[in-house]
Design a binder for this molecule. Structure first.
Ligand code: B1M
Length: 213
């Protein structure tokens, strides 16, 4: 097995320590950081994403894989910056105002990062205006809103309305999701994209960014 396949395998098993060892070994072998990222770490995360979609792995496995991925990318981040590797694009993400649930939001963030998208995590109970202001200030072309509570999911519509008021609606891809959110709700509030799971959200975000290049 090649060292890149070993990195992918270790990541899929959530073995962060082995991922760190193998990433360092790959660098010592002279493999380019971007190759290690794409063909080692992201390849492994992509397998996990597909398995998660098919219910072949569950939240705990995804979380440990994502943790292993983070350990690996921590080593590569400064080297990738030196190489001038560009991220696919930028997104900001948060759980909507009034809602403190963050497990699903964190999974979406990790899957987006796994696709090479730079993510600004606004945390939980995020004011609708903060999503739009952050997107404008930090140059994010995607806003991701997560909601778990039927009582507060309505605030997502305010994100859409504020983007209109600030004249940036057509520059933003507004994505919504979370257990009570549906395709019909997404259409009703005028958002751009609903997905039922984190892996599909990352696929749609990457598709959108690729279409803008
Ligand atoms: Co709360 N809670 N909770 N809770 N909680 C629910 C959501 C609830 C359904 C439980 C129930 O009553 N059966 C219910 C909501 C009912 C409703 O609104 N209809 C509920 C309630 C009522 C509450 C409180 C009000 C309870 C109280 O205090 N009386 C309170 C609210 C606090 C607040 O937010 N203001 C509360 C508190 C909590 C805890 C703090 C204890 C804890 C949260 C811990 C945390 O997040 N750090 C908690 C938990 C854990 C849950 C349950 C058990 C699990 C939620 C979860 O993390 N699921 C939940 C019941 C349940 O769902 N079985 C429940 C796993 C997670 C991976 O799924 O977030 O759906 P999910 O993410 C999925 C997809 O939805 C999607 O990707 C993920 C998977 O791939 N996705 C997106 C998510 N965001 C996306 C965004 C996208 C695309 C996809 O694009 C942008």
């Amino acid at each position: 097995m090649s060292i890149l396949a070993e990195i992918s395998q270790a990541l899929q098993s959530g073995r962060a320590k082995i991922v760190v060892e193998k990433v360092n070994a790959a660098l010592a072998e002279g493999i380019a950081p971007a190759t290690i990222l794409n063909e080692g770490l992201l390849a492994g995360m992509s397998v996990i994403g597909e398995k998660f979609q098919k219910n072949e792995v569950y939240v705990p496995e995804v979380l440990v894989a994502a943790r292993a991925m983070n350990k690996g990318t921590e080593i590569l981040k400064p080297l990738l910056a030196e190489e001038g590797a560009e991220s696919l694009g930028k997104a900001c993400i948060g759980t909507i105002q009034g809602d403190l649930h963050d497990i699903g939001k964190n999974l979406v963030r990790m899957m987006l990062e796994g696709k090479g998208i730079e993510v600004i995590d606004l945390g939980v109970s995020v004011d609708p205006a903060t999503f739009v202001d952050t997107a404008i200030e930090k140059g994010c072309s995607i806003i991701c809103c997560s909601a778990l509570l039927t009582t507060t999911m309505g605030h997502m519509q305010e994100v859409v309305e504020i983007a209109k008021e600030k004249g940036v609606r057509d520059q933003l891809f507004i994505m919504v999701g979370g257990a009570p959110v549906t395709e019909a709700f997404c259409q009703q509030i005028g958002a751009d994209c609903y997905t039922s799971d984190a892996a599909s959200a990352a696929d749609k975000a990457a598709e959108y960014l690729a279409s803008k290049k």
